[in-house]
Ligand binder design. Structure first.
Ligand SMILES: Cc1ncc(COP(=O)(O)O)c(C=O)c1O
Length: 347
């Protein structure tokens, strides 16, 4: 029996550069970005900063480095970092928030919807004072969309409310906007409306937008001057990085097509519901199906040619340009062979 060609829903990081992007990379004008700047990278940094409503931007190889650079600039040992429970900076960046940036994680209850703490929760956590040996609340980091909450979107109003609560309490604010593009497309607004109020923001070009590598971290000119030093400290100064930046410029032209990924995710979600699966609400390109045994469920799906990621209490399906509507339909046909057993459904 020939094995079924797998349909891979594990992550939108599986996007591969197409011919147009490869061509732009091959023909990019470059300089030495560590020495005195690379013109293509500078153009990308200025473009992203402008889109997000910030003074300046700094290209970094990854979203993790973008967040880390910002955290190192903002934090001192003994500070605490407030972020929604299951934030990427807490759970998926090898704890660098603490051991490299010196911040103590304070996960906030998401009492204002998936991935979203209320302003009152932020105020209460930020106001926690104590004797001289207590932690010092320093930074609020929001995530939009919130990956572990199934690509949940934070609206501009909700974002403003927590930023203003944090600011009134004297906190600095950072946005992990790895998928801010998906949030903006879902809301039908300009990404700047979700990013400009934060002191700093990092955005990924390498997820649904399809660049093979690259994020940009934005803030004030003074922030970017410091961030550049930290990037170098972390080994993230790349010489002729314009070759990579060129892919980022092409990626920015592809924001609108994310709506297609969102549509595919909703078709997938409806199909799974019809087949008896439990499905969390879907707003962007991530579908979470809560199950009792995520690892076993992912293995069963793999056996019928569907690749997904096992999360803590769900399996995660992500749509991106490498997954067509036909792929979604084909995957649903394959799922039909696999009606979830009692132990695969969430109890
Ligand atoms: C919300 C969020 N932030 C940050 C990152 C880190 O990005 P990278 O994989 O480029 O380090 C990811 C990656 O999936 C993410 O989902």
């Amino acid at each position: 029996m020939t094995a079924l060609a797998p349909i891979d829903f594990r992550s939108d990081t599986l996007t591969a550069p197409d011919d147009a992007m490869r061509h732009a990379m091959a023909s990019a004008q470059v300089g030495d970005d560590v020495l005195d700047g690379d013109p293509t990278l500078q153009s990308l940094e200025a473009t992203v900063a402008d889109v997000l409503g910030h003074e300046a931007g700094l290209w970094v190889p990854s979203g993790s480095m973008g967040n880390l650079v910002a955290l190192i600039v903002h934090l001192r040992p003994g500070d605490s970092v407030l972020a929604p429970a299951e934030a990427h900076i807490f759970d998926n960046e090898v704890g660098t928030v603490s051991w490299l940036a010196g911040g103590f994680p304070k996960p906030l209850e998401c009492d204002h919807g998936p991935g979203m703490p209320s302003a009152a929760t932020v105020t209460a956590a930020a106001a926690a004072t104590g004797p001289y040996f207590a932690l010092r609340p320093r930074l609020l980091c929001l995530e939009n969309t919130h990956a572990a909450a199934g690509g949940a979107v934070v609206t501009a109003d909700d974002s403003s409310a927590v930023v203003s609560a944090a600011r009134s309490a004297g906190l600095t604010t950072h946005l992990d906007g790895a998928r801010i593009w998906n949030a903006a497309v879902h809301l039908g607004i300009h990404p700047g409306e979700l990013a400009s109020e934060f002191d700093t923001v990092q955005v990924c070009l390498s997820k649904g937008l399809g660049a093979p590598v690259g994020s940009v971290v934005c803030g004030s000119e003074a922030f970017v001057t410091e961030a550049r030093r930290v990037r170098k400290m972390l080994g993230g100064g790349i010489r002729q990085a314009g070759i990579l930046g060129a892919a980022g410029l092409v990626a920015l032209e592809r924001i609108d097509r994310l709506a297609l990924d969102h549509h595919h995710a909703s078709v997938l979600a409806e199909g799974l519901l019809d087949r008896g699966w439990t499905v969390s609400p879907v707003t962007t390109n991530i579908v979470m199906t809560p199950v009792d045994n995520p690892v076993e469920t992912a293995e069963s799906l793999s056996a019928v040619g569907i690749r997904v990621l096992a999360a803590r209490s769900a399996v995660r399906w992500v749509t991106y340009s490498g997954v067509s509507l036909d792929d979604v339909r084909c995957a649903l046909d394959r799922v039909t062979e696999l009606t979830p057993s009692a132990e695969q459904r969430a109890s």
